[in-house]
Design a protein around this ligand. Structure first.
Ligand code: GCU
Length: 431
């Protein structure tokens, strides 16, 4: 097998147009003239931002079974093809959750009934992870609209740093209308529109660095004598996505939350996590994936911005060990981003990218959503309704696939939030 693989690799490298860079160690500037990051991966690949050099690729067809038969109906999709794709993502890309993953026991405490000047009830959900000693806990902050007569839909935002706590004064009697941290959504608007809003910091489930990434749930799940997860077991993106599902378990225990109307939100690596979280747990009613980029919503077969080669070298802990098979061999990956999105179908997905975030390949994200369209249509939902990249700052939100290309950088902009809330209203508000 070795020789044909090598040959394939070389042909591939040559066809991608970066062979010339493969044997040089000439120092690279940190950015190109437009300010886009330039990286040389260990494979020799150098970041490309030229559409003319994106390369030719053929996407695997989500509607063809592994045995070559076409998928013609929703039942075959749900019972056969979807499980095939899910299992490929589990074993080859993000890693499956091991059977002995720890349980999380939740306790729900009401902290204030008049938070945000009376607009919200503030609760904290404290989860005890497994039986570790000393005990390990995860805390979720939840604001629910005060005076709601029925269970509220909730936006669950997995965050890097921000917690709703920072928007509230000690004791939850907030006077400030907006949180200090720009990472958070427009809290008062979200509440006024009838949604609950919850935040959970991702590193409470598992760390996010070479040194810390085997320290909480992935560590607790190691079997006797096992020093690291098996090659098909969870990287940290899977651990975070699994964690989002555990928060949903807690929501199911709170009658004030409508756990059937919970949206999962994440940005960047947490945008990847939101997609995977929504894919692997179909209880999530909707997904908002902001600037998720490579191995998130962006097509990996496009040579544009960050690539598999960068991702596998710089963030190995975020993926299954098996993902290391694919640097330099993107076309051999059995999946691509359109298949990740299609795993969420028919549930709605909203995807954003930014003009100043070419590293995350906004166009590649759009094209993945386009290529997920046939699955949505098969399931009776509207897709994006176009194959042309929409004008900047013009949200496409009429179907079950939503997309917005914002002017700006690697962030969730206020306009993204606003378009997302309109998109959510269409899907999560009782009709
Ligand atoms: C890096 C990484 C991206 C990731 C981003 C983030 O830039 O290359 O893939 O999305 O970090 O999480 O902010």
């Amino acid at each position: 097998m070795k020789a044909p693989h090598l040959l394939l690799l070389l042909t591939f490298v040559a066809s991608q147009g970066f062979a010339a860079d493969a044997n040089t160690n000439a120092p690279l500037p940190r950015t190109d003239a437009q300010g886009n990051p330039l990286r040389r991966a260990p494979t020799g690949h150098v970041s490309n931002y030229d559409e003319a050099k994106v390369g030719n690729y053929t996407l695997p067809d989500p509607l063809v079974l592994r045995n070559g038969q076409p998928v013609r109906d929703a039942t075959t999709w749900m019972n056969v093809r979807r499980p095939e794709i899910l299992s490929l993502y589990e074993t080859e890309i993000y890693g499956r959750v091991p059977g002995n993953a720890p349980t999380i026991r939740w306790e729900i405490r009401e902290l204030a009934t008049n938070a945000l000047n009376g607009a919200a009830i503030h609760k904290e959900l404290v989860g005890t992870i497994g039986n570790a000693s000393p005990p390990q806990t995860v805390t979720v902050d939840l604001l629910l609209p005060a005076g709601a007569r029925t269970a509220s839909p909730v936006l669950l935002h997995m965050t890097f740093f921000g917690s709703l706590r920072s928007a509230l004064s000690p004791g939850g009697n907030a006077t400030s209308a907006q949180p200090r941290l720009s990472e958070l959504g427009p809290v008062t608007t979200i509440l006024a529109r009838g949604y609950g809003y919850a935040t959970v910091r991702y590193t409470q489930f598992e760390g996010d660095s070479k040194a810390n990434s085997l320290s909480i749930v992935r560590k607790l799940a190691l079997g006797p004598g096992q020093t690291e997860p098996a090659p098909d077991e969870w990287g940290t993106i899977s651990a975070w996505a699994w964690g989002a599902g555990r928060v949903l378990d807690a929501f199911e225990q709170d009658p004030a939350v409508d756990a059937k109307r919970v949206a999962l939100i994440g940005h960047s690596r947490l945008g990847k996590t939101a997609l995977w979280g929504g894919a692997r747990d179909s209880r999530f009613a909707l997904v908002f994936s902001s600037c998720s980029g490579e191995m998130g919503a962006a097509l990996a077969r496009r040579d544009y911005g960050e690539t598999v080669d960068d991702m596998a070298a710089n963030f190995p802990w975020q993926f299954a060990g098996n993902f290391q098979k694919y640097p330099g061999r993107w076309n051999e990956m059995p999946v691509d981003a359109h298949m990740l999105i299609s795993l969420i179908a028919p549930r709605p997905v909203f995807i954003t990218g930014g003009t100043e975030d070419q590293w995350a390949d906004p166009r590649g994200q759009f094209l993945a959503a386009v290529a997920a369209g046939p699955v949505y249509r098969l399931l009776g939902r509207e897709d994006l309704g176009t194959t042309e990249l929409p004008p900047l700052d013009k949200p496409l939100i009429t179907g079950a696939l939503g997309f917005l290309y914002h002017t700006g950088g690697h962030t969730i902009t206020p306009e993204d939030w606003s378009a997302f809330l309109d998109f959510a209203d269409r899907h999560l508000k009782a009709r």
